[in-house]
Design a protein around this ligand. Structure first.
Ligand SMILES: NC(=O)C1=CN([C@@H]2O[C@H](COP(=O)(O)OP(=O)(O)OC[C@H]3O[C@@H](n4cnc5c(N)ncnc54)[C@H](OP(=O)(O)O)[C@@H]3O)[C@@H](O)[C@H]2O)C=CC1
Ligand SMILES: CC(=O)C(=O)O
Ligand SMILES: [Mg+2]
Length: 413
């Protein structure tokens, strides 16, 4: 067993199995405590909530709780390994919600036969939570699932692999292009992968200025083009009217590569075909489309990012989901809309351009970090992420009319 594999398994197994547990927020020591917590005292909030469901936010943990829900059909880049195998990742997301945003989070892995079954299961338990973070559900089912749940639930439902990834990718991409001296409107973009993350990343880049006709998206069969007759409605949105058919055809002279597909699919030779000063986001987890050492060995004018913590420029949805839910829940937003997503993009972007606190340098094991090729995006442990993203998102929710309450006074200044 390799050292790292052993360490990872030991971490998950000891001192107790798993990564999360439940803790009490009220005393439960005396007869009087129990009389308040349980029978007869608990009947009082029950009656209040029955009279007005909004009282659930006042008397229960609903408003600070996010469910992380998966069916295990696209676990990271490991594929469809089923609901139970996805549990370590979902516990991991719950850990990150708590660690970075103070949100209580529970993982729920759903075994189901039909997409409808999954939707019904989630819709039927949704009121328990303040928000629902869908995770690692493969395309195209993820699109139908998210749409149906948004329609049926009165709390925010957010497919992290789509929108969390897209927000962080857009923030990192706008900064990387700025460093490379390129405009997003002019950028030729290759997106390897045509699933949940790919479709959402490209749609958000378009909202940030990229041109749809400049985007070449690829799936396992190659370039998605207008003469293919095997495209689902989501891939069809990216069908390019082109004679190019392979990754090598489209990557020649491209400015940007976004990989949200699988491991080791981009070679050093492919990379050498790109335009001067390219941006390469190889975001597949745990193994990127190209290893940073291979990429940097191939050329020295690129900006490189991966989804991992152990290289510079971690483009990973961890920079978004804890904070966007914090902001959304704190104003009881009924959904997470485009205005809130764009607010998150700009909040993340701006932090990378400011001096980095010492505690972040220390946690990153470096002496300095300065906006540039090796630092286009903040580190996940940056304490500014929480107040800045949450505030921007909450304000956007209030301004766009999806908040059910006003901004809390002196909110995270
Ligand atoms: N860094 C980050 O924050 C994130 C990274 N990701 C990574 O993105 C990847 C995809 O995740 P997600 O979108 O949720 O999964 P999906 O299952 O929804 O999509 C996977 C896509 O990748 C394509 N693909 C797989 N293998 C190949 C290949 N050999 N050549 C070309 N295309 C291929 C599939 O093609 P086809 O349609 O033909 O099956 C499909 O379009 C994973 O590796 C995941 O770790 C995802 C979310 C966040
Ligand atoms: C980071 C993440 O959500 C993924 O790779 O699926
Ligand atoms: Mg995921």
């Amino acid at each position: 067993m390799s050292d790292f594999r052993e360490q990872a398994l030991h971490y998950h197994a000891h001192p107790v199995p798993g990564k999360i547990s439940v803790e009490l927020t009220k005393p439960a020591e005396t007869v009087n405590d129990l009389a308040l917590a349980y029978s007869p005292g608990v009947a009082e909030p029950v009656r209040e909530i029955a009279a007005d469901p909004a009282n659930a936010y006042k008397y229960t943990g609903k408003g600070n709780m996010v469910a992380v829900i998966s069916n295990g059909t696209a676990i990271l880049g490991l594929g469809n390994l089923g609901p139970l195998a996805s549990k370590p990742v979902m516990e991991g997301k719950a850990l990150l919600f708590k660690r970075f945003a103070g949100l209580d989070s529970i993982d729920i892995e759903v075994k189901h036969r039909t997409t409808e079954d999954f939707i019904n299961t989630v819709a039927n338990i949704a009121d328990t939570f303040g928000g629902i973070n869908l995770e690692d559900i493969k395309a195209p089912e993820c699109f139908e699932i998210e749409k149906a749940l948004i329609e049926r639930c009165s709390i925010p439902v957010f497919h992290d692999d789509q929108h969390g990834t897209a927000i962080v990718t857009a923030a990192g991409m706008l900064n990387a292009l700025e460093v490379q001296g390129k405009d997003i409107e002019d950028a030729i973009i290759v997106c390897l992968g045509a699933g949940a993350a790919a479709v959402a990343c490209m749609e958000l880049l378009i909202k940030c200025g990229a041109l749809r006709e400049h985007i070449y998206m690829l799936d396992r069969k190659g370039v998605i083009h207008t003469r293919r007759d095997d495209l689902n409605e989501y891939k069809l949105l990216f069908a390019n009217n082109t004679d190019k058919r392979t990754l090598q055809d489209v990557i020649a002279d491209a400015d940007v590569f976004v990989g949200v597909s699988g491991p080791n699919l981009l070679t050093a030779e492919d990379l050498k075909l790109m335009a001067d000063k390219p941006v390469v986001f190889a975001c597949s987890n745990p193994d990127p489309e190209i290893a940073p050492a291979v990429a940097h060995g191939a050329r020295n004018d690129l900006i490189m990012a991966t989804g991992r913590s152990d290289y510079p420029n971690q483009v990973n949805n961890v920079l978004c989901f804890p904070f966007i839910f914090r902001g959304a829940l704190d104003v009881r937003a009924t959904s997470i809309n485009d205005e809130m997503k764009i607010a998150a993009v700009h909040a993340i972007r701006s932090i990378a351009k400011e001096p980095v606190p010492n505690e972040v340098l220390k946690a990153s094991g470096v002496d300095s970090l300065e906006f540039g090729a090796e630092y286009i995006i903040p580190k996940p442990m940056d304490p500014r992420l929480l107040p800045r993203i949450a505030r921007a998102v909450a304000e956007a929710a209030v301004e766009s009319g999806v908040a059910q309450i006003d901004m809390p006074e002196n909110y995270m200044r």
